[in-house]
Design a protein around this ligand. Structure first.
Ligand code: 5AD
Ligand code: SF4
Length: 455
C-alpha cells in the first residue's frame, strides 16, 4: 500500500492537519528509521510538531543496546500517559529495537496499556496500516508480532531531516552474534539491498542536493554476502566512486574481521569517499575478544590500523570500546589502554558493558560495578588526552569542511566535519550550510576544533 495525501483524503478525514512528534533513541540506523516513519506519517496527512503536548500522534523509536537506553525510553513512554489524559484521541506508538525483544511487545502492552501501537524494528512499513486501524477503532490495541526475516521494502517513503547529510541503508540485520550484543536478536539476519537499489537511491540523493551520504549497516563490510556477491562492499564503493558530483561519502560500521585491503584501496583512491573509518575494537585483550566472539586478535586489529595508515596517513580512525566485559581482569584492561595508546583514535565511543537478557555474556561471571566505574573513568581520561594531542597537532593545517549547521554556541559561527570526521567551528552564516570550505585550524584544545576559511 502506498501512503499518499490522496490516500489520506480518501479516508475522509477533516482538514485539520494532525500532528506527529517522533522521539528517537539510539544509533544512526534508528534516526534514519524515524525518517522513514515520518515519511509514512506525512503520507497519511500528518505534519511534524515540536512539542509532545501539541501532537495527535507520539511515536517512540526505541533502543535496547544498553540498559540505560532502555530505561530512558521506558521512563518517557510512561510519562506520555499524562498527554493522553488531556487528549484521549492521542495515538501513542512504540517501535524500534526494544519492542523487538522476545516477549517485549506483550510486556509493553501490559505495562503501558495506554499505548495504541507496538511495532517491531523490522516492520516499520506496517506503521501506516496500524495508524489507520487505530483511527478507525479507538478501542483496538494493535500488537504486531515481531518479524525476524522481513523482506526489504524499497518503497517506504523517507522524510529526511538530516540537513545536508543523508543516511542511506545498504543492509539490515547482523550475523555476528558478539556475545554481549542484543542486535542480532532484535534485527535478525543480514539482508542486503540490491546494488542497483542502493546506487539509484544514492544518485537521487545527489540530484536532490545532498552533499554527504552516510552508508549504514551493522557490518558494512559484509554487504552483499547474502546476495552471493564476493567482496560486495568493495563493489558497492567502486560503483559509488563512479558517480559524478560535488559530494562525499561516509559509511558505518566496519567490522575488523571483514575489513580488507581491497576496500581500503578503493577508499584511498576515491576522492569522494572520506578517509574516515569507524572500526570498533571493543577490547585490546585477546582473551576478551575471544569471549566476545569477535573473530579477530589484537595483532590482526593493529595490522589493519597499520595498513590503513600506510595507504591513508591522515585517515580519521574511530572506535567503540567497552570496559568491564565479564572476566575482564586488570591485565585485560591494561591491554585495552595500551591498544588505545598505540592506535591513537581521533574519537571513540566508550561504554561500560551492560548485560542484555538472552545474550551469552549475560550468563558469564560479571565484573563488580565499582571496578567498571574506575575503568571507564581511566579509559575516558586516556582517550581525551589523545584527542587533545591530535587536536593540537592539527593547528595550522587546512582541512576541507562541509558546513552542516550554525554552531550551537556563538553568533556568526557555523560548524561541520572535516573529511576525517572532526567537528570544526568557523565564522560563517546560515547561507553557508551545504557548501564545502577549506578551513585553516587555528585552535584545537579539546575535541572541538576552531578555524577560519582560507582561500
Ligand atoms: N553493553 C555495552 N556496550 C554495548 N555495545 C553493544 N552491546 C553492548 C552492551 N551490551 C556497544 C558496542 C557496539 C556499540 C554500538 O555499542 O561497543 O560497537
Ligand atoms: Fe552487535 Fe557485533 Fe553485530 Fe555489531 S557486529 S551489531 S556489536 S553483534
Amino acid at each position: 500500500m502506498a501512503y499518499s495525501v490522496e490516500n489520506y483524503l480518501s479516508y475522509g478525514y477533516n482538514c485539520y492537519m494532525q500532528k506527529y512528534k517522533i522521539i528517537t533513541y539510539g544509533c544512526q540506523m534508528n534516526l534514519h528509521e524515524s525518517e522513514k516513519a515520518a515519511g509514512i506519517l506525512r503520507g497519511l496527512g500528518y505534519e511534524e510538531c515540536e512539542r509532545e503536548e501539541d501532537a495527535d500522534l507520539i511515536l517512540f523509536n526505541t533502543c535496547c543496546i544498553r540498559d540505560n537506553a532502555e530505561r530512558r525510553a521506558k521512563g518517557n513512554i510512561g510519562a506520555a500517559k499524562v498527554f493522553k489524559r488531556s487528549k484521549p484521541q492521542l495515538i501513542i506508538a512504540v517501535m524500534g529495537c526494544m519492542t523487538q525483544q522476545s516477549g517485549a511487545g506483550e510486556e509493553m502492552a501490559k505495562k503501558f496499556p495506554f499505548v495504541d501501537i507496538v511495532l517491531g524494528a523490522n516492520n516499520i512499513d506496517k506503521l501506516g496500516e496500524c495508524v489507520q486501524k487505530v483511527r478507525e477503532d479507538r478501542e483496538k490495541s494493535v500488537l504486531i508480532d515481531p518479524c525476524m526475516t522481513p523482506e526489504i521494502h524499497e518503497d517506504t517513503p523517507v522524510y529526511r531531516t538530516s540537513g545536508t547529510n543523508a543516511w542511506l541503508n545498504i543492509m539490515y540485520g547482523c550475523n555476528n552474534f558478539c556475545t554481549y550484543c542484543i542486535v542480532p536478536y532484535v534485527r535478525g539476519r543480514e539482508r542486503s539491498r540490491k546494488l542497483c537499489n542502493v546506487t539509484d537511491e544514492f544518485k537521487r540523493l545527489i540530484d536532490e542536493g545532498y552533499k554527504e551520504v552516510t552508508l549504514l549497516g551493522q557490518n558494512v563490510n559484509s554487504y552483499g554476502n547474502d546476495l552471493g556477491m564476493k567482496n560486495g562492499f568493495a563493489r558497492l564503493l567502486e560503483q559509488i566512486s563512479l558517480i559524478k558530483g560535488d559530494f562525499r561519502v561516509r559509511f558505518m560500521t566496519s567490522h575488523p574481521k571483514d575489513l580488507n585491503e581491497e576496500i581500503v584501496d578503493i577508499i584511498a583512491s576515491s576522492p569522494n569517499i572520506c578517509n574516515n573509518i569507524h572500526l570498533p575494537v571493543q577490547s585490546g585483550s585477546d582473551k576478551i575478544l575471544k569471549l566476545m566472539n569477535r573473530h579477530y586478535t589484537r595483532d590482526h586489529y593493529l595490522s589493519l590500523i597499520d595498513m590503513i595508515r600506510d595507504k591513508m596517513p591522515d585517515c580519521g580512525i574511530t572506535s567503540d570500546i567497552m570496559v568491564a566485559f565479564p572476566q575482564e581482569d586488570d591485565q585485560d584492561f591494561a591491554d585495552t589502554l595500551d591498544l588505545v595508546e598505540k592506535v591513537r583514535y581521533s574519537g571513540a565511543f566508550t561504554f561500560v558493558y551492560s548485560p542484555r537478557k538472552g545474550t551469552p555474556a549475560a550468563a558469564m561471571p560479571q565484573v563488580p560495578k565499582e571496578v567498571a566505574k574506575a575503568r571507564i573513568v581511566e579509559l575516558v581520561a586516556v582517550q581525551n588526552r589523545i584527542v587533545k594531542q591530535i587536536s593540537a597537532q592539527m593547528v595550522g593545517k587546512t582541512v576541507r569542511v562541509l558546513c552542516e549547521d550554525v554552531a550551537p554556541k556563538g553568533e556568526g559561527l557555523v560548524c561541520g566535519r572535516s573529511e576525517c570526521g572532526r567537528m570544526v567551528t568557523f565564522p560563517g552564516a546560515k547561507t553557508d550550510i551545504g557548501k564545502f570550505f577549506n578551513v585553516r585550524i587555528n585552535s584545537g584544545k579539546s575535541a572541538s576544533l576552531f578555524g577560519e576559511v582560507s582561500e
